[in-house]
Design a protein around this ligand. Sequence first.
Ligand SMILES: [Zn+2]
Length: 488
Amino acid sequence: MGRPVTDAPTSERVQGYTVLARKYRPKRLSDLIGQPHVVQALSNALSSGRVAQAFLLTGSRGTGKTSTARILASALNCLGASRQGMEPCGECASCRDVARGEDLDVIEMDAASNSRVDDIRQRLESIDTRPARGRYRVYIIDEVHMLSASAFNALLKTVEEPPAHVKFILATTNPEKIPETILSRCQRYDFRRVTLGDITQRLAEICAAEKLDPQEGVLRMVAEMAEGGMRDALSRLDQLVAFAGARPSCDDAERVFGLIGRKRLMELLEQLAAGDARAGILFAEAVFDSGKDVAEVLAALVGLTRQLMLVLAAGEAAGPGLDVTAEEVPALRRVAQRYGLEGLVYLAELLTECRQRVRRAAFPRVVVETTFVKLSMIGNLESLEKLAARMDEAADAPVAPARAQVQQAPWTGEEAPTPWTEPGGAARAQTHEAGVAEGPAKAKAVVTPPTHATAQNPPAAEIPSARRSPTEAEQKAVSQLKKTFRAK
Ligand SMILES: [Zn+2]
């Protein structure tokens, strides 16, 4: 495992340096990270001799599909006397040529850049030719979903009745774009995203082999950014080492990738849970001033919120999808309990919405600040529940004189009296009532400093309970609140 390769193309070698993703590319099935089901199924197929004529390897990028296609091609044609079981030996002429992409019997084609029917016809011309050296002619078609409809038809004719000496290995990130006629003739293997734990562990092994000594937490940051792709993780590690040398710190990783450390994100969520709106605004300021990608930071917060929800909802049962280490669980649970499940659902919704809005907002900073201020008010959710209960009572009460209705109505307009009403929300309602065009008022509302939000919207607890018949707008608000708090 992990033997250095000396046959990398010049473009991937800089003064004798081979990029990690290539150097540590899996050479055998047992090298594959995080795909035990694929490894076992393929090993069984190879050792039992029941090898399909066409394979389909599916999964997101960087999960090992193309490597597996080459390993499979090597295994089918390996000449090695020293091979262990059905794994390719990696040393015979056939294995070495396949690894270099120079084997006459293994025809590789990238459908992304060769999608036309003529491209596929040209490759398949030699299909009846006997293999030059090995047992099979193996056709590897990467990103096969990119083929045109007529190219798929040409391929189908061959896949339907291939000569006995031909094997097809198709790989794709989008299996749903492949015609059923092709799918039904393939043995399919689905590659999973590699878990955070598996990526982190593999990175640690490679760092040890490469004499790299990253600070604690760095590999985890790299692994998180790779989103389940081992190849991406290695490319990022390369990038980090190129910037920071053999002992990269968390600060280095934050700088290179424009990240904010998990510890800082947890701290922010704790501050917001404690109602600290100022901390939220200062955090937004730091993010904008540092030039980091705000959408990425928000995405990281959404990811963290998801973990908080899973820890609280499922606990230990959350399983590998949780992607946290055992040491992280107590801290996650502590923060999660401060929000409660409803609070976390709201947190996730607001952050997701904020991330969607921030890219096209005229004033992205205000969008982010407003969101953080709203989040710092999550503690008021409980009083909202009480408000809903009181409005229920009001709905059941006898009709009061019309005058009282005017005097006691705590708010007008169509918006529910939520304590996190957006700054300018009240202004908008007034404008609406006065029949003034909404355009300028809205624009003005956007630049209203978000810190005024609390002043404009009295805490829910202060709104007087109204012993009168509710207006239509109030009834609507009550039913919305009920939906929020009871339907769960
Ligand atoms: Zn071999």
